[in-house]
Design a protein. Structure first.
Length: 306
């Protein structure tokens, strides 16, 4: 059977009789109430609503919270059977995205079981959004747990009534609040993402780790940093701390020629005077210095010996 996808998504909730006991030969749940709202997925605005009590085959299956109220007891006595509302529920659910709290594990199965008991084909969703699974992944347990009543109290929405239509509307409001909080935290993760984000549970181990981490960071900031300059450490070990040995250069003989000071080399030849460049002046190219051939030096030495 081909299912045509519809634009609106449907938030729904079912209320059932108590879980079947081992003595129950039927071993099936009895759907007592069905409630749903059609929602525009682009604007998250409720477009229409549907709600109905469903009379079980055995009125004794009505749970105590409904039977204790005279108004509810009278409503169940006049309520339609599931077979009488199956077409309306099928039209609401078939081909739409289903949304609800814990619907994958509970509500979806109860709907299919009711259609199977009535001998009719069950509606098929275009997709399923289980808010319990979604919030468990992205919102965490910052509210304490992920029950609808706990989340509603956390956001100040109100008290859960455990009525199908009210719970479907509350589910939509809880998702809006969670999505808004996550959007704000993602825009300023270092400012709005506090310690209550994530699973929200402050355990002894988490508190101890937090204290240990703070002490470790404080010790790291106050401890003196070691000298990591290897070159400086090497010279500090090699050089004495009190004495410095000066390196001397061989002196050059200075004599006077015509009343002027001049320098001579080892052969007695006058060296030409050179000017020293000042630090601010640009370095000058030095002229090549002509050296005395070794044969002349040897001849001069022999003349002195004779």
């Amino acid at each position: 059977m081909t299912t045509t996808m519809k634009k609106e998504m449907v938030f729904f909730d079912v209320e059932t009789a108590a879980a079947p006991s081992a003595s129950d030969t039927d071993r099936r749940w009895h759907m007592l109430e069905f409630g749903a709202i059609l929602v525009c997925p682009r604007r998250l605005v409720e477009l229409s609503a549907y709600s109905t009590f469903i009379q079980p085959d055995d009125l004794s299956a009505v749970s105590g919270r409904f039977a204790s109220s005279p108004t509810h007891a009278a409503a169940f006595a006049e309520a339609p059977s599931f077979a009488n509302v199956a077409d309306d529920i099928f039209e609401l659910l078939d081909g739409r995205v289903w949304a609800g709290h814990n619907i994958r594990r509970f509500d979806c199965h109860r709907v299919r079981d009711a259609f199977a008991a009535a001998g009719r084909p069950a509606p098929e969703p275009a997709g399923v959004v289980d808010s319990l699974a979604v919030l468990g992944r992205v919102f965490g347990r910052r509210a304490g747990d992920l029950k609808m009543a706990t989340l509603a109290t956390y956001f100040g929405i109100g008290k859960q009534t455990h009525r199908s239509l009210d719970d479907a509307r509350m589910n939509l409001e809880v998702l809006k609040h969670c999505a808004t909080v996550l959007l704000l935290e993602s825009s300023l993760p270092g400012v709005l993402g506090g310690e209550d984000a994530g699973d929200g549970a402050v355990t002894r181990r988490r508190a101890a780790n937090s204290i240990t981490g703070n002490v470790f960071n404080r010790n790291r900031s106050t401890a003196p940093k070691p000298n990591t300059n290897t070159l400086q450490m090497t010279f500090a070990r090699a050089a004495p701390s009190s004495t410095v040995t000066a390196v001397t250069t061989p002196a050059v003989a200075v004599q006077k020629v015509n009343g002027r000071s001049c320098k001579r080399d080892s052969t007695g030849k006058v060296l030409k005077a050179t000017t020293t460049a000042t630090p601010s002046a640009a370095p000058r190219a030095r002229r090549p210095v002509t050296t005395t051939p070794f044969s002349m030096i040897l001849r001069h030495s022999r003349a002195i010996v004779r």
